[in-house]
Design a protein around this ligand. Sequence first.
Ligand code: SF4
Ligand code: SF4
Length: 309
Amino acid sequence: MRQKNRYIGLDDILRSIRNNVVKIIPESSSLFKWLSLIGLKINAKKHHAIRTSMVMGVYATQHCNLNCKCCTAYSPIAEKEFLNIDTYKKDMEKLAELTGHKLESFYVTGGEPLLHPRLLEIFSIARDSFPETEIGFMTNGLLLLQMPEIFWESCGKNKIAINLSRYPVKLDIDKIREKANLHDIKFDYVGGSDVPVKSMWKYPFDLEGKQPLSRSFNICTQINRCITMQDGYIYPCNTIAGIKHFNKYFGKNLEVTVNDVLDLHKVKDVKEVYEFLNTPKPFCKYCNRKGVVFGLKYGSSKREISEWV
Ligand code: SF4
Ligand code: SF4
């Protein structure tokens, strides 16, 4: 069965506007920043609405085979780490039980997920747990054409979509598309087929933690979009889920408290999860969301703290 295309929603419309605006207004200009902040606010408002379903993600790896500056997954400074399959399986069972085997969507991310040696098990566990859910993974694409036939078969059989981030790297897109079509796999760029080549956005931290929680939270577009499940916990965003790598590499202590996370195995019903996701977290005090820097020219990370603060 061919994988279905999603309906066109507000996200798609905003994305399309952004993709076209960027062709005429330089991303580094004040006008672009102003328009983007308005876009972020509209987007955030939509995602702050009380949920009736969830978009859930897991980090397959946090390290990566690219080294992009300002990476929001901290991959350039992350230690090599792979999603533990046993823990992941238990977490998925619990999540499926809580949600009645239904999510808005489920995605596997990184770092670079294709580096995980047991990626196909991650896919089949996801599909067994959520038979009807849209499932996909994010990739920079560099390893796609080196993947064995069994990988393509698994994506086709489990209906796993390939979401390619459009970095300025050399890829044989036609060949990748041909492979995906052959196996009936949904394939597109993250941000839509007309997305421009990626520039980098810096979401700076306030190391002193002086940001008003509600202000950071209210314009945060990670809410209900970047929910992350990791080692038995639900994190409201991938920022908190990955911060240990930033802390370790730079010797900082951006503190994650018990109120920033939800113990998945202690949750009684899904309403408890939705309520948790809809309130600011203590960690939001470190996020200077208003200070976001748009349109930085793509380049390699020098692993300097200035890329994240
Ligand atoms: S490809 Fe993506 S995850 Fe990897 S370093 Fe670049 S921004 Fe980070
Ligand atoms: S800590 Fe708060 S403001 Fe920062 S990314 Fe997470 S939810 Fe958003």
